[in-house]
Design a binder for this molecule. Structure first.
Ligand SMILES: Nc1ncnc2c1ncn2[C@@H]1O[C@H](COP(=O)(O)OP(=O)(O)O)[C@@H](O)[C@H]1O
Ligand SMILES: Cc1ncc(C[n+]2csc(CCOP(=O)(O)OP(=O)(O)O)c2C)c(N)n1
Ligand SMILES: [Mg+2]
Ligand SMILES: [Mg+2]
Ligand SMILES: [Mg+2]
Length: 328
């Protein structure tokens, strides 16, 4: 299949979003938002960095690349609407692989009534998938990292460290029993972005939100920096999956804080509105845990601390940092 027949094969025959005016097939797509704010983000997945042949099938690569992007839309409080896909395809990839990759995206997109409205197909040496997403949020209702205030409750959804444990099972194998292993691998390959929870929070007046792509240590620091506050986390309150602690006892606390790729949401909200967050989580059947509090900044720089049985340590940005070279 050549480039043009491939594009024809993925172009939707009908679009879900009523704001679409021109989809795939012209120089660019056109849509007309109706008075809401438009939210957009792009994230890229590259062979050897975000996945390898041992960790992902083509279906998962597509699914996960879109999930990571929807997660960013959720972290802004927005409703997903469109996506555009740019793929670099190595010569050894056959059309079945590419079809599978698109099927992964399509299955997830269908859950959110998202339309693919454009992209680019290029041959190159390494598989790379870059997805741009577009969503809508009510005017001035975007959820920013800069909206944390002293006195806020810090919360996270779901459990942390599962994706990293799933990656470990895929790369090194483990003695985890089959059922639990399948769960952890699923969490790595097909994460569920928390978009419906983010939407269920629409009634909350003020909320800082960030999604956990690089690990809570990193995301907490991003909120602290953007809001110029200190964040105090309680180690005992951070939610994890018991199997991860049981089978990876030497690593589970590091993975909880810095494993990344769980695509859960982390946020802060006033103590008064915290019950609203619990109710929203209940409505969508998601677990939400209070993991700490926000305080006034005590030093020149905003800080994140982890408290554990009376001890307190500084939590630095430990996420996955690109562009660093050996020795830096
Ligand atoms: N190469 C780039 N050019 C322009 N903006 C970028 C680039 N890389 C990252 N950004 C911007 O920097 C901010 C942080 O990006 P990133 O750390 O990737 O966020 P996230 O972890 O939520 O995906 C975002 O506003 C993103 O759009
Ligand atoms: C084969 C393989 N090795 C390592 C990882 C771990 N990993 C790769 S990128 C990343 C962090 C998130 O990626 P990034 O590109 O920083 O996403 P963003 O913060 O832009 O959302 C992690 C934990 C992986 N998923 N697969
Ligand atoms: Mg990014
Ligand atoms: Mg993000
Ligand atoms: Mg990152």
């Amino acid at each position: 299949m050549d480039e043009f027949s491939f594009i024809r094969s993925i172009a939707p025959s009908a679009y879900q979003q009523s704001s679409i005016i021109k989809g795939i097939g012209d120089d660019a797509a056109v849509f007309r938002p109706s008075g809401q704010d438009v939210v957009t983000a792009v994230d890229t997945m590259v062979d050897g960095v975000h996945f390898s042949l041992e960790t992902m099938k083509p279906y998962h690569i597509g699914y996960r690349a879109l999930a990571a992007n929807i997660s960013d839309l959720a972290a802004m409080g927005s409703v997903p609407a469109f996506y555009l896909v740019s793929v670099v395809v190595p010569p050894e990839w056959n059309s079945t692989g590419l079809e599978e990759l698109y099927r992964g995206m399509k299955d997830l997109a269908a859950q959110y009534r998202m339309d693919v409205i454009g992209g680019d197909t290029v041959s190159g040496s390494e598989l790379s998938v870059s997805i741009t997403v577009i969503g809508y949020v009510d005017k001035d209702k975007g959820r920013y990292r800069s909206d944390a205030r002293a006195g806020d409750v810090v919360f996270v959804t779901g459990t942390l460290g599962d994706s990293r444990a799933g990656l470990e099972c895929l790369l090194k194998g483990s003695t985890v029993n089959d059922e639990e292993k399948t769960f952890l691998i699923h969490r790595h390959q097909m994460p569920e972005p928390r978009a419906s929870f983010a939407q269920a929070l629409a009634g909350v007046e003020r909320l800082a939100l960030n999604d956990i792509s690089d690990g809570m240590a990193n995301e907490a620091n991003e909120i602290a920096e953007a809001s110029e506050v200190d964040i105090h986390l309680e180690k005992e309150q951070i939610p994890f999956t018991p199997t991860v602690k049981e089978f990876f006892s030497d690593y589970y606390d590091e993975w909880m804080l810095a494993g990344g790729e769980d695509f859960e949401l982390m946020g802060t909200v006033s103590a008064e509105e915290w019950p609203e967050v619990i109710k929203a989580a209940d409505r969508v059947g998601l677990k939400v845990s209070k993991v700490g509090i926000v305080k006034e900044k005590q030093k020149d720089n905003p800080m994140v601390y982890l408290h554990e049985q009376g001890t307190k340590r500084v939590v630095t940005k430990t996420g996955y940092t690109h562009l660093t070279k050996k020795g830096e």
